[in-house]
Design a protein around this ligand. Structure first.
Ligand code: OXD
Ligand code: MN
Length: 608
């Protein structure tokens, strides 16, 4: 018996397929020792990480970590979906042949964990007992203890999740690599983040940043999940999921939806009812980033959040934008902050948009670990926190998490919404009754090009269903899959497009956003129930002003409302041209989607 066998025996890891896999990669990576992780190991691993200086204390059971300064975000250009079938190549998935990528990654990983511990993290990206459980199990191997601590928060972790699953688990190998010597961003970049989707194997080399290294979350929870969903009849999307409870009627509605980054998805997911509506409505949190959706035997669409935690962007998170997030990272929650500013004397953390910048610079270090008091005048205005700095906390610490968030059966989905950040054209909300038009709307989702980024003002960077960085297979097949899943529903959710970001000529936002966003969502559910009728437009049904609950909305918002409850036909006609170009890139786009496009275009042409 090898040492590894003894370790696995002692840990009660009995699944022979998992044992084989662990031994294979321990051999390739040359790790010095193997350690099997259960969630109950958290306290010990935290203590070890503090001892090793990988974590710093951030006040009463909270922790701070800083990553290598060139390793702070996902690297889309280094992210690849590989399979053995070239037909899986899409516009966004950077498809490569599986054999080529497996050989490349095996070479890079060979001996690359020498001297390190290889942690074995058995995990489940689902509540136990979910109908999708067999697609949700995985075993991440990593040589990085911080990754283990984040995975314990983001997934359900323990040997019991995988012992009985035979070969049905995702093999997810993470090797950090020599971070200062990987040529990040140069033509000689050594990093590779590969999902070999048809082998259910993930091989990530060259980063310890969460989005590249927490393999249960993005690589499995989105890319591998989307590929498995395509082959097995369910949907996997970068969607938030919330519940709206009508306290008067007892009805509960669940709405999921996709928003490109920097469009306020986490803030929406964690929103609360505005004060004026609080007696009638209560909002419940399910998930801020990923939803898996399937059709139940009763013909309804169901959904669940496969994650166990929130890996949220810290920037601009405060008591006004997201009080729920602030309450979920208070002392005692075990929260981990990454790449925010840290005070080495007081153990406080701070980020841009958290509130007033601390006036007393004593002890404050920026995200690179440099004392802000020592900054030169030229550096004085540089951010203290990295713009992609993060907080990690578990769902059970989110104060308004739904009581049934771990219900294996999931929850019925009543609405699917899409929303970007659009300064004109997109009204506050437009409901879409037709499934093909709803899917078409998701495929043409985008975020506005900013002055700093490429592109013309008003032209979107399209981000279909907010899945552009996570697309696992061809976009035309993806659209067909959405239509196929919905064709099996007998009770259909309603689609809608929302926009909280329309601006006036002076640049001000025309809608106050945040908690007020519940108002259009309540209207959507009333419209679905036939309680209000709205106004038909070529791009969907908009609320009549008097149908929205307006009590407690401020004067300015009331004055601006008519503008965001109309559509600008000329701008829409221009958009139709851009959409046509965008959709034309996709092979095998279903005819129903083209028909939806032509219907919307013709309706706009016919409009005044
Ligand atoms: C992301 C994330 O990068 O959720 O989208 O972390
Ligand atoms: Mn995300």
């Amino acid at each position: 018996m090898t040492d590894i066998d003894e370790t696995l025996d002692a840990a009660g890891l009995t699944n022979p397929h998992v044992r084989e896999y662990v031994k294979h990669w321990a051999g390739v990576t040359g790790a010095e020792r193997v350690e099997v992780v259960n969630a109950s190991d958290d306290d010990r691993l935290i203590a070890e990480a503090l001892e090793a200086g990988e974590l710093l204390p951030a006040g009463e059971g909270r922790y701070y970590s800083r990553s290598y300064h060139k390793d702070t975000a996902r690297a889309e250009e280094r992210t690849i979906v590989a399979t053995s079938d070239e037909a899986d190549k899409g516009v966004y998935n950077n498809w490569r042949p599986a054999a080529e990528m497996t050989a490349k990654l095996t070479e890079l990983m060979t001996g690359a964990s020498a001297g390190k511990t290889m942690y074995v993290i058995p995990y489940l990206m689902a509540p136990k007992g979910s109908p999708l459980e067999k697609f949700a199990a995985g075993v991440e191997l990593t040589d990085n203890r911080s990754v283990v601590l984040q995975m314990i928060r983001m997934a359900r972790v323990g040997v019991d999740f995988i012992n009985d699953l035979g070969d049905s688990f995702v093999r997810a190998v993470h090797v950090t690599g020599d971070l200062p010597n990987l040529g990040q961003g140069t033509p000689d970049d050594q990093r590779y983040f590969v999902t070999v989707a048809d082998e259910r194997t993930i091989l990530h080399y060259g980063s310890s940043y969460g989005g590249n290294a927490l393999l249960g979350k993005i690589a499995h929870g989105l890319r591998q999940g989307a590929y498995d969903g395509w082959k097995n009849g369910f949907l996997v999307e970068q969607f938030m999921l919330l519940g709206v409870v009508d306290k008067e009627t007892g009805e509960k509605y669940h709405i999921c939806g996709g928003f490109p980054s920097a469009s306020g998805k986490t803030n929406l997911a964690m929103t609360l009812a505005p004060d004026a509506l609080g007696d009638r409505y209560h909002v419940e949190f399910y998930g801020d980033d990923i939803a898996w959706l399937w059709v139940g035997d009763d013909g309804k669409l169901y959904g669940m959040n496969p994650e166990n935690g929130v890996f949220g962007v810290a920037k601009d998170t405060n008591e006004l934008t997201n009080p729920t997030a602030i309450d979920s990272i208070v002392p005692g929650t075990g929260a981990i902050f990454t790449n925010v500013a840290y005070n080495a004397k007081t153990q406080e953390v701070w980020w841009e948009g958290r509130g007033e910048k601390p006036a007393d610079l004593d002890g404050w270090l920026d995200w690179k670990g440099e004392a802000v008091a020592d900054r030169s005048p030229e550096e004085a205005d540089d951010p203290w926190a990295h713009p992609n700095s993060r907080f990690t906390t578990t769902l059970d610490h989110v104060p308004n998490v739904a009581a049934d968030y771990e219900e294996p059966a999931g929850v019925e989905i009543h609405g699917v919404i899409f929303g970007g950040r659009t300064r004109d054209r997109e009204p506050l909300i437009r409901a879409i009754n037709d499934v093909a038009e709803g899917v078409y709307d998701g495929l043409t989702l985008g975020a506005e090009a900013t002055a700093a980024a490429d592109g013309l003002e008003g032209v979107l960077r399209y981000d279909p269903m907010s899945m552009r960085p996570f697309m696992a297979y061809g976009e035309g097949d993806y659209a067909a899959h959405w239509l196929e899943v919905f064709s099996r529903t007998t009770t259909k959710p309603i689609f809608a497009h929302v926009n909280w970001f329309q601006r006036g000529e002076d640049g001000r936002f025309l809608w106050p956003g945040y908690r007020e966003n519940l108002r259009p969502l309540v209207w959507l559910m009333q419209y679905k129930n036939g309680e209000v009728e709205g106004v038909e437009t070529p791009v969907g049904v908009l609320p009549k002003r008097e149908e929205l609950l307006l009590e407690g909305l401020d004067e300015q918002a009331l004055a601006d409302l008519d503008t965001i409850l109309t559509i600008d036909v000329e701008r829409w006609k221009q958009e139709i041209g851009y959409r046509e170009e965008h959709l034309n890139q996709f092979d095998r786009l279903p005819e129903e989607i083209w028909e939806a496009h032509r219907r919307v275009a013709a309706a706009l042409d016919a409009a005044e």
